[in-house]
Design a protein around this ligand. Structure first.
Ligand code: PMT
Length: 404
């Protein structure tokens, strides 16, 4: 189940007898390649010890909102940001009620308010509690807020009665959780993505490069796969694993990237230029390592082809650019949108010296994006690149559909 590979799953365990089944759930999620962190409510610890989940997840289990030690390791806001999805299993009637009312009086309920990740609940309770109008009203409130409700199933219950209220089996929970990450908004669509930096050789050992890690572009490729697209990723020199199902072509320089893009462009519907492509490269690449002789050294640079502008000018492909700006974000991004004839541009502020705590953009796990198109704008607040990529892919899919 490749959609859970590398995903950060925050498992919230609440106080019900089905909590014991979650030990197996953690193990199976890890088998699927997910990274799991567990948060338990106080009453959940009456059923299963935190040590069990610590051993199975490989991470400290979080139980308290006001635990200085846990906050020092990974605070509740960091946990909320870390999650790609939050699964509450088992979800008691009490926790469902708290979520419906927006009550935040323990770590798990607070995390649910603080996260931007999708949330799913797997109810488990006595069948009469489940069918009670209050529970059903709360469940409907959650559904209306796009919180996924997995189950419950019908069957024998721990209390000895039979009815609807059993937590779904581990396999079903995993399938449903994986389906959160796969939607079909780009089905039958071919997407070409560039990612990472380019290296422009000066001599056999030196180059002009930049700080792009490739994370944003790889996250876009993964999100496009989840959306059902066929994805080709043209990557500059990066140290990242290829996301499952993605066809990858490795290049080093801007000119190689240009060539690789042009060789693929006839087979693509959407082009997303996430790469930080060098605008210039040395006019001459020396065959031998340059020796230090003079006090100063000048290297003459020549303009590289603008890959994105060239693709967009064909008019055949839906073209999405990125803009890395250190100032006047909107002005510069809109100019690029217009001059390169793009359908959309995603602008990010980089090298923000005024706010070094921001940690977004180049070589960070986080980013914040302002998306511009001819007559609109949407802001995506700071989040992990994987999460932003999913949102951006949805926006791209919507605009692409409207255009066709
Ligand atoms: O890789 P990460 O560490 O995750 O960082 C992500 C990122 C900051 C690199 C990414 O979010 C980003 O902003 N990428 C674009 C960086 C950039 O080069 O921006 P630009 O404003 O210089 O270029 C504008 C657009 O034209 C970009 O889509 C770029 O890919 C494209 N371009 C630029 C020059 C060129 N010769 N050919 C191009 O296709």
């Amino acid at each position: 189940m490749q959609t859970l590979l590398g995903k950060h799953i925050l498992l919230g365990v609440t106080g019900g007898i089905a909590a014991y089944k979650c030990a197996e759930l953690v193990r199976r999620l890890r088998d699927e390649g997910a990274e799991v962190r567990v948060v338990m409510t106080r009453s959940a610890t009456e059923f299963v010890t935190p040590l069990t989940f610590q051993a199975l997840s490989g991470h400290t289990v979080h139980t308290d909102l006001l635990d200085p030690e846990a906050e020092a390791a990974m605070g509740h806001i960091e946990l909320a940001r870390w999650a790609d999805a939050v699964l509450i299993a088992p979800a008691t009637a009490n926790m469902i009620g708290k979520l419906a009312q927006g009550i935040a009086n323990d770590l798990l309920s607070t995390l649910c308010l603080a996260t931007q990740a999708p949330i799913a609940v797997a109810p488990a309770m006595n069948h009469i509690m489940w069918s009670d109008q209050a529970t059903q009203d709360n469940i409907n409130t959650l559904r209306n807020r796009q919180i996924a409700v997995f189950g419950p199933a019908f069957g024998n219950q721990a209390c000895g009665e039979t009815g609807e209220g059993r937590m779904l089996e581990t396999t079903e929970l995993i399938e449903k959780l994986a389906s959160i990450f796969s939607h079909e908004s780009l089905r039958n669509t071919r997407v070409l993505i560039t990612a990472g930096p380019t290296y422009e050789a000066i001599d056999p050992v030196r180059f002009i490069g930049n700080r792009s890690s490739g994370r944003m572009g790889f996250a876009m490729a993964e999100a496009a796969i989840e959306a059902g697209a066929k994805v080709t990723l043209i990557a500059g020199p990066v140290h990242l694993k290829t996301p499952p199902k993605v066809d990858r072509i490795d290049v080093e320089s801007a000119r190689q990237m240009h060539q690789a893009v042009m060789s693929q462009i006839d087979d693509c519907d959407i082009f997303i230029a996430t790469a930080a492509v060098a605008d210039y490269s040395p006019a001459q690449t020396h065959d031998q390592k340059l020796k230090k002789t003079e006090e100063t050294l000048s290297i003459q640079l020549r303009r590289n082809p603008d890959i994105l502008a060239e693709v967009a000018a064909t008019g055949k492909v839906f073209s999405v650019g990125f803009a890395a700006e250190t100032e006047q974000l909107e002005d510069h991004a809109r100019k690029k949108l217009q001059s390169k004839q793009l359908d959309l541009i995603a602008a990010n502020q980089v090298a923000n010296h005024d706010r070094p705590d921001e940690d977004t953009g180049f070589n960070s796990e986080y980013n914040a994006l302002d998306i511009y198109w001819a007559n609109g704008h949407i802001q995506l607040e700071k989040a992990r690149k994987t999460e932003l990529a999913r949102k951006l892919i949805n926006i791209i899919a919507e605009h692409y559909k409207n255009k066709h």
